[in-house]
Ligand binder design. Structure first.
Ligand code: SF4
Ligand code: MG
Length: 284
């Protein structure tokens, strides 16, 4: 049986020392081992950004896609090979700006994959511009007088889009993050996990200390019921989207692929789908 060390490869991450993304990588590796996967059972698909490098740092199938397009690739992968456990991953710029259309539709479609957003509230790879997650008034080189837009709430968005699994965690809380990724992998449907992952180089506001002071940990709340969608939305709004833990889960909703018969169930093998060059030429 694989351990988290089997999900390590020899590639040395080139994230800045202290970047939150290191812990997210470790949490994925631990969660994969804890749910009993072998490296060949897992595929990690990423978008563009500092976070996008993660697919190259895990010993599993990896696909480093294009900006904002991790989710279409990951969904296609899952539909083609339903035996794979598929993780899509990317930053807040990748998933909530250029990729937002895909994010909302993937959530409501409910394909059985896990989407981990590495949320640092800034564009890190391009050296520190305001992202859809940056707070009102946030000063960067792209908003030198302070942002005049309000920050997106990923949790409100996911819940409103019809998510069947919504969670949030903090890269410093490896125990909670690993456990939420495990739950996300086991969930029969689309699991959305937003992770606060401080950018130590460019975001001097939303630091480790800032999150430690402001996060509201739902694991410490005994009367919180994650099966109650109304309670989930209230908690998100009450905590200004800083609640961490399992926010919402609907175990009754069928996943997309469980409602669509695939070519395997229909008795079609891959070779039945291939066509000759002559047949192809007639089509184009
Ligand atoms: Fe991490 Fe920020 Fe460095 Fe990118 S620029 S690797 S997000 S600390
Ligand atoms: Mg970012």
């Amino acid at each position: 049986m694989a351990t988290f060390k089997d999900f390590r490869n020899k590639v040395k991450p080139n994230w800045c020392p202290g970047c939150g993304d290191f812990s997210i990588q470790a949490a994925i590796q631990r969660a994969a081992a804890n749910v009993g996967l072998e490296p060949e059972d897992l595929a990690v698909v990423s978008g563009i950004g500092c976070s996008g490098r993660i697919s190259g740092y895990i010993n599993a199938y990896g696909f480093h896609g294009i900006h904002g397009r991790a989710l279409p690739i990951a969904q296609g992968l899952k539909m083609a090979n339903r035996e794979l456990t598929v993780i899509a991953s990317g930053g807040d710029g990748d998933g909530f700006a250029i990729g937002m259309g895909h994010t909302i539709h993937a959530i409501r479609r409910n394909i059985n994959i896990t989407y981990i957003v590495m949320d640092n509230q800034i564009y890190g790879l391009t050296k520190g511009q305001t992202s859809p997650r940056s707070a009102f008034g946030f000063k960067t080189k792209s908003t030198p007088a302070g942002s005049i837009e309000s920050a997106l709430s990923p949790l409100e968005m996911a819940l409103a889009a019809g998510a069947s699994f919504v969670a949030q965690s903090f890269s410093s809380n490896l125990k909670q993050l690993t456990s939420l990724i495990e739950e996300g992998m086991k969930h029969e449907g689309f699991s959305f996990i937003n992770v606060f992952s401080p950018c130590v180089t460019f975001n001097k506001i939303n630091t480790y200390d800032w999150f430690k002071e402001n996060i509201v940990d739902l694991d410490e709340s005994s009367d919180y019921d994650p099966s109650n969608r109304v309670m989930a939305m209230s908690k998100i709004m009450e905590t200004n989207s800083l609640a961490c833990g399992l926010i919402y889960q609907d175990k009754s909703r069928p996943s997309y692929e469980n409602q669509v018969k695939g070519f395997r169930e229909q008795g079609l093998a891959l070779q039945d789908l291939t066509i000759t060059e002559d047949e192809f030429n007639k089509l184009v």
